[in-house]
Write a protein that binds this ligand. Structure first.
Ligand SMILES: *Cc1c(COP(=O)(O)O)cnc(C)c1O
Length: 412
């Protein structure tokens, strides 16, 4: 699709107006009607994100010698992540552009670690639960690895015995989620850790959506099982700053149990005429703003701020759980964090979804089992009553025979 560039410069105020108008048809997340894609932690946090981002918007994380400020902020953000997730003293990590990036880099490190130890004799593979994120499929595809997805148990958690049966000598990584995106449930990471130690295999915990909420929900008193570096078999973790860390988009952390393991991620190239280039993650140029905004938000909120925001998230989730149960839905498992999915014993949830969509709600669906899916923000606590009222109407419409529905659950 081609588009002519305007010959002459256009006025910024006019462009700005046009951009505002273009957003008019987008999901109404500012009203709290979106429970996917966006994390709304309030105006004050948004202001910190914005100002801190623009302060270092032009600086480049590729050049730590030129911008020691960014290197220092990155180290401190990673340090805070590691300390929240029980990293041992020698633990290390980096900021990446997002969860997919973090997962790709962890897979690359695990693969190169396995190669360095001469463990692989054929096609390397990754063993992951059915509920693991497609970022692992992407990583496997890009690095010509085989991904073996293993069906979950009836309670929708990773089936560790079945995963063990799917392993062989060419398994370079075991995966567990804390929590999985579709179900919002934390896999039995300590059992996976035992398996990883027994088989001397790399265990990655995908805490993209849980890493910056679970520690605070535990501090708030919930009984969150061990899921991080506290478990000896965990070699690496992914934890997204731009999700429940409430940081600006384009920021995640990839974390390793030791600096020695992190070394397998780093790419060091000297074979060109431009000078030696050492890049820890996939990116060359790295947006300084994503790093500086992460640093600012973490320091702005602090432990008390995150505990308070995440109390709102879990309060919203509990209100939703109670409300949907009264409407006849069945919550999948026992969610403890910010994601909740719920199925209906006799109505088609895809049709219920369509009714909610027509009222301006933009949320998600799961396919197996079919369920409505919400990823909640602090702001949602203010709109749970509205959601539940609209859900009640949606249920009545579908029960009354309205067959309008979506045909597919998809993200593109
Ligand atoms: C969001 C998510 C990812 C991918 O993160 P992106 O930032 O969207 O690339 C991976 N795993 C889980 C469990 C997630 O929730």
């Amino acid at each position: 699709m081609l588009k002519d560039m305007p010959r002459e410069s256009r006025d910024w105020s006019e462009l700005k107006q046009e951009m505002i108008e273009r957003g008019g048809g987008d999901a109404k997340w500012r009203e709290g009607k979106t429970a996917v894609y966006v994390f709304n932690a309030g105006e004050d946090v948004a202001q910190v994100q914005k100002e801190a981002y623009t302060m270092y918007m032009s600086e480049n994380g590729l050049g730590p010698l030129a911008f020691p400020s960014l290197k220092q902020m990155e180290d401190e953000v990673v340090g805070m992540g590691l300390s929240l997730l029980h990293g041992p003293v020698d633990a290390a990590g980096n900021i990446t552009s997002g969860g997919t990036d973090s997962i790709n880099m962890a897979v690359k490190a695990a693969r190169d670690h396995a190669f360095a130890n001469n463990r692989i004799e054929g096609q390397p593979n990754i063993v992951a639960p059915y509920s693991a994120h497609p970022a692992f499929d992407k990583a496997a595809k890009m690095m010509s690895l085989e991904l073996r997805r293993v069906a979950c148990r009836d309670d929708l958690l990773a089936d560790v015995a079945a995963m063990e049966a799917a392993m062989d000598n060419n398994t370079i990584m075991l995966v567990g989620s804390a929590p999985s995106f579709p179900y919002g449930l934390i896999d039995p990471i300590s059992e996976l850790g035992d398996l990883a130690e027994k088989r001397n295999t790399w265990l990655h915990v995908d805490a993209c959506v849980g890493g910056y909420i679970a520690p605070f929900v535990r501090m708030n008193g919930a009984d969150i099982p061990p899921f991080d570096f506290e478990i000896a078999g965990v070699c690496s973790m992914s934890a997204d700053l731009h999700k429940y860390g409430f940081c600006a988009k384009g920021a995640s952390t990839v974390l390793f149990r030791s600096e020695q393991l992190r070394q397998h991620m780093i790419f060091d190239c000297d074979d060109w005429p431009g000078g030696r280039m050492i890049t820890p993650t996939l990116a060359g140029t790295r947006p300084g703003g994503a790093i500086s905004a992460a640093w600012a938000v973490m320091n702005y909120l602090g432990i008390e701020g995150y505990c308070a925001k995440h109390k709102q998230v879990t309060d919203a989730r509990e209100a939703i759980e109670n409300g949907v149960s009264q409407l006849g839905f069945k919550v999948l498992g026992e969610p403890q964090l910010g994601i909740v999915a719920f199925s209906h014993p006799d109505l088609d949830v895809f049709a219920i979804y369509k009714q909610l969509y027509k009222k301006g709600w933009f949320t998600s669906l799961t396919t197996d089992p079919k369920a409505l899916h919400l990823m909640l923000s602090p702001f949602h606590l203010e709109v749970t009553d509205i959601y539940l009222a609209d859900l009640r109407d949606a249920v009545e419409a579908v029960r009354g025979g309205d067959t309008d529905t979506v045909t597919e659950a998809r993200y593109s």
